[in-house]
Design a protein around this ligand. Sequence first.
Ligand code: PLP
Length: 439
Amino acid sequence: MIASDQVFADIAEQKETLWINDKYLPFSMVDAVCQLVVSDEDIEDTEKRLHRFAPYIRKCFPETEADGGLIESPLAEISSMKEALEKTYDAEIPGRFLLKMDSHLPIAGSVKARGGIYEVLKHAEDLALEAGMITEDDNYERFADEDMKEFFGRYTVQVGSTGNLGLSIGIMSAFLGFKVKVHMSADARQWKKDMLRSKGVEVIEYDDDYSKAVMEGRRQSDLDPSSYFVDDEYSVPLFLGYAVAAGRFKAQLEEKGITVDEDHPLIVYIPCGVGGAPGGVCYGLKRLFGDNVHVFFVEPTLFPSVLLGMASDRYNEVNVSDFGLTGMSAADGLACASPSGFVVRIDRNLVSGDFTVKDAILFDYMRMLKGTENIFIEPSSCAAFTGPVNINKYEAGREYLAKHGLDEKKLAASAQICWATGGRLVPDEIWDKYMNTYM
Ligand SMILES: *Cc1c(COP(=O)(O)O)cnc(C)c1O
């Protein structure tokens, strides 16, 4: 593969690259098949469940008051950042330039507040309904009652994580009353482990990569009938929690007077780890905007697991070490050696392509965003900026734009979205460290 394909060669040499999806298809051709797996009704059902829980979330997490108990994030125009990127990297970024700030989602401070919290809520609802503790028509503020917490205390929730998924599952599960075990990979940051322990979560540390932490967590959970495992590599509820982002995002675009149609394309760049979060968001966006949205993932040069899973058609069987990639990434939220088997399949014909980015530049983007917009997002999140800066610097990128009719006029009328995925919970002393990291 390395000998016959430049993208694989770039990856093996740890060079930044852009892979354009060879199996990208018009949405109408994949719509029906996709719906067999995750339908519009499933997404609607997810949205309804989140609305049922809104009174509870609002009561327990006053930061969600403004969104009525829904866990949502702002969409911000970042024109100064756009100017700085253009100037510094000799780039041309046409159209409007916006940051979707899932980095600042309530409760978990990362995009995992969508999928992770949703899956925990769904599990809690399933248990409570089955035990006759609630009905769907009750006011879900009831979940805050002591007897409910005692009830959930008989059950365990477990998850494998590089950090942020553990934070979202850990915080929400512990809050509901569950016993929680988070299996953390070697890349996980100390402050994330400390924060979880301070909330009564049991953190189990591994001297190994993310896939191993997941495997061990899954194994331990399977041995215990009262334990539920949130499976980042296969979970449909998790995926659905991410997919509902699209509908709410659409409303935010409308508020900003942004139209999405054939003449006004939407181009979205999302940092990618195991694939769940970007895969779910991409799926939701494609269902709403079809061929008028173009979604690119971005992965670290050391962990292009989703790119490799798709480009090789080996799906979850691929591991970045097959291409000689070993080592740690400063983009801890994206450090996944093998992709989600579920996401690489369901998004195989939907995602436009996948960029890789070197760790060092993430800190430069981070400082630039702080300096121009006074917004802090964590290094993993900053991966998104490599997309708009570089898309037309790659021949493959220019070909993609041409092939899909994205000419100068359409690009000028486009909206480009960098999907920020984490940062709000990062402690001040860690920010100071990040701000002074030069690689
Ligand atoms: C988890 C995470 C991602 C990517 O999500 P995956 O589901 O692992 O692909 C991106 N950025 C941050 C900050 C994350 O924590």
